[in-house]
Ligand binder design. Structure first.
Ligand SMILES: [Zn+2]
Length: 188
């Protein structure tokens, strides 16, 4: 059954992070953010609360809508938790993302150059820059007949920002066979 879980904003600590389940055991994440600003101060936020506290075994891919820290700030934690799938974003976002993450690591995690480099190398190796409006097949690993395609469309937010369109076919979704489902997700 198609469903969306929202992992962000729990206890006012984390930012945008949504998990789209395309069938019972496969999902695509949209954004992996860190909450900034008033809600982080005085909330008793420890580094533990930034860690990825949900099961990653179903996550096949990550789509980034834009590189604001409340949408990408927990990416290092996602990588540390073992996520090895593709990270889809627009071409401008792919240029900006390593700079934003480098900055976030220096400010919030470590100034150790080799740790930062290892994290950025890993990030870049998983980045898959997409052209706007181009459909891309997201890789799915289970035996279901589900097919998921991702498309980024230009959004008027910051450089590289996009809204995401998913096209989901087949699988064990509760709808008539042969139906294609379109889902739009927007991040600001
Ligand atoms: Zn934003």
């Amino acid at each position: 059954m198609l469903s969306i879980k929202h992992h962000g904003a729990v206890q006012g600590v984390t930012g945008s992070c949504h998990e789209l389940f395309v069938d019972s055991d496969q999902s695509v994440l949209v954004d992996c953010g860190l909450f900034q600003g008033a809600e982080t101060s005085g909330s008793g936020a420890s580094s533990n609360s930034l860690e990825i506290d949900f099961d990653l075994s179903s996550v096949q891919a990550l789509v980034i809508t834009h590189v604001h820290i409340d949408h990408v700030g927990r990416l290092p934690y996602l990588l540390a938790a073992g996520f090895t799938g593709p990270i889809y974003c627009s071409k401008p976002s792919a240029e900006l993302l390593p700079l934003v993450i480098e900055d976030a690591l220096k400010v919030g995690v470590t100034r150790n150059a080799s740790i930062i480099k290892a994290c950025l190398d890993r990030l870049v190796s998983q980045l898959v820059p997409l052209e706007y409006k181009e459909w891309t097949n997201a890789p799915l690993t289970s035996n279901h007949t589900t097919k998921v395609q991702v498309r980024l469309c230009r959004a008027g937010h910051i450089l590289g920002s996009a809204y995401v369109v998913f096209r989901v076919e087949g699988g064990d979704l509760c709808r008539p066979k042969g139906t294609t489902l379109y889902l739009f997700l927007m991040g600001v």
